[in-house]
Design a protein around this ligand. Structure first.
Ligand SMILES: Nc1ncnc2c1ncn2[C@@H]1O[C@H](COP(=O)(O)OP(=O)(O)O)[C@@H](O)[C@H]1O
Ligand SMILES: [Mg+2]
Length: 274
C-alpha cells in the first residue's frame, strides 16, 4: 500500500520533537497596509483590505481562504504583478513601485518565482520545454538546463511525462509542471497560488513536502495559498484571508522537519485492473 507522504512528514515532525524555532529574519517581502480595489462601473470590490504581511526569509507561509476571499489578488500584489490601490509592497526593503522595468525583469527572472493558479503553460511546448524555456531565457548553460529540468521533473514525479504537451497531461500533471518550472529557476521566493488545487490529497501532500524540503535545504522562501486545510500544519506560519482581510491563524510549527528526502514521492497512476 502506498503510504501518504503527508503522513510520513507528520510522523517525522512528531518524532523529531520540539526543536528550536527558526528566527524569522528580515522580511524578503513586506506588505504595508496594502489595499486593492476593483471598480466596475459604480461598483467597488475591496479585494484586499489593509493587509500587513512580513514574509521572513526561509519561511514557509500559507494563506488560506475561500474562493473569492482575495488570495490571487494578494499574491499578484506580493509578486509585483499588480499594484496596490493604497499601501506599499517592499522587496528587500525597497518599494516595488519604484523598481525600474529592468529591475522588475530581474526580479521576475531570478528572485521571485510565481506558480499561477491557471498554470500558464505554453501549449505547443512539451513539459520538458516548458520547464527549460525560462532557464534558457535567463542564460543558464545548456548542460545545466538539462540537469535542472530533469531533476525537477523527477522531483514532481513527471520524468516519464517529459515529452508530453500540456493537452496530453491531466490537470494535476500540468499543475506539477508549472511547479517544476518555478522550482527549476531556483528563485529566492516562490509565490504559489493554489498549487495543489488540481491535485489529490497524496500528491498535494507531496507538493507541500517538496516545498518544506526546498525551504529547509535550499534556503528558499515560499508563500502558498490553499483552500485545503489538511495541508496547513506543514507551514511555519498560517494566515487566514476573509473578504480581503488577513489574520494570523498560527505562528510556527511545533517541530522542525529534518528535510526527509522521501517526502516527495508522487503517486503513479495505478495499473488498470479488470
Ligand atoms: N480583475 C478583476 N476585476 C474585478 N473584480 C475582481 C477582479 N479580480 C478579482 N476580483 C474580485 O475580487 C475578489 C477577490 O478575488 P480573488 O483575489 O481572485 O480571490 P481568490 O483567489 O481568493 O478566489 C472577488 O470578489 C473577485 O470577484
Ligand atoms: Mg484565486
Amino acid at each position: 500500500m502506498i503510504q501518504n507522504p503527508y503522513d510520513r512528514i507528520k510522523q517525522r515532525l512528531a518524532r523529531d520533537g520540539a526543536s528550536v524555532e527558526r528566527p524569522a529574519g528580515s522580511p524578503i517581502i513586506e506588505a504595508a497596509h496594502i489595499s486593492r480595489e476593483y471598480r466596475i462601473g459604480s461598483d467597488v470590490v475591496h479585494a484586499v483590505q489593509n493587509v500587513d504581511l512580513k514574509v521572513g526569509r526561509g519561511r514557509f507561509i500559507t494563506l488560506v481562504g475561500r474562493s473569492g476571499s482575495g488570495k490571487t489578488t494578494l499574491m499578484n500584489l506580493l509578486a509585483g504583478l499588480d499594484h496596490p490601490t493604497s499601501g506599499q509592497v517592499f522587496f528587500e526593503g525597497r518599494d516595488m513601485a519604484a523598481f525600474s522595468e529592468k529591475e522588475f525583469i530581474e526580479l521576475r527572472r531570478r528572485r521571485i518565482g510565481v506558480v499561477f493558479q491557471g498554470f500558464a503553460l505554453l501549449p505547443l511546448l512539451s513539459a520538458y520545454e516548458n520547464v527549460e524555456l525560462p532557464l534558457r531565457i535567463s542564460g543558464v548553460s545548456a548542460r545545466e538546463r538539462s540537469d535542472r529540468t530533469r531533476e525537477v521533473l523527477e522531483m514532481v514525479g513527471l520524468a516519464r511525462r517529459a515529452k508530453h504537451r500540456p493537452f496530453e497531461l491531466s490537470g494535476g500533471e500540468q499543475q506539477r509542471v508549472s511547479i517544476a518550472r518555478a522550482v527549476a529557476m531556483r528563485p529566492d521566493v516562490i509565490l504559489a497560488d493554489e498549487p495543489t488545487g488540481e491535485l489529490d490529497s497524496v500528491n498535494a501532500g507531496a507538493i507541500f513536502g517538496l516545498f518544506r524540503q526546498m525551504v529547509a535545504t535550499r534556503d528558499m522562501t515560499i508563500v502558498a495559498t490553499t483552500h485545503d486545510r489538511t495541508l496547513l500544519d506543514m507551514a511555519d506560519e498560517i494566515y487566514e484571508i476573509h473578504d480581503g482581510s488577513l489574520s494570523m491563524r498560527q505562528s510556527g510549527r511545533s517541530a522542525q522537519p529534518s528535510a526527509p528526502t522521501d517526502t516527495t514521492r508522487f503517486r503513479r497512476p495505478a495499473p488498470a485492473t479488470q
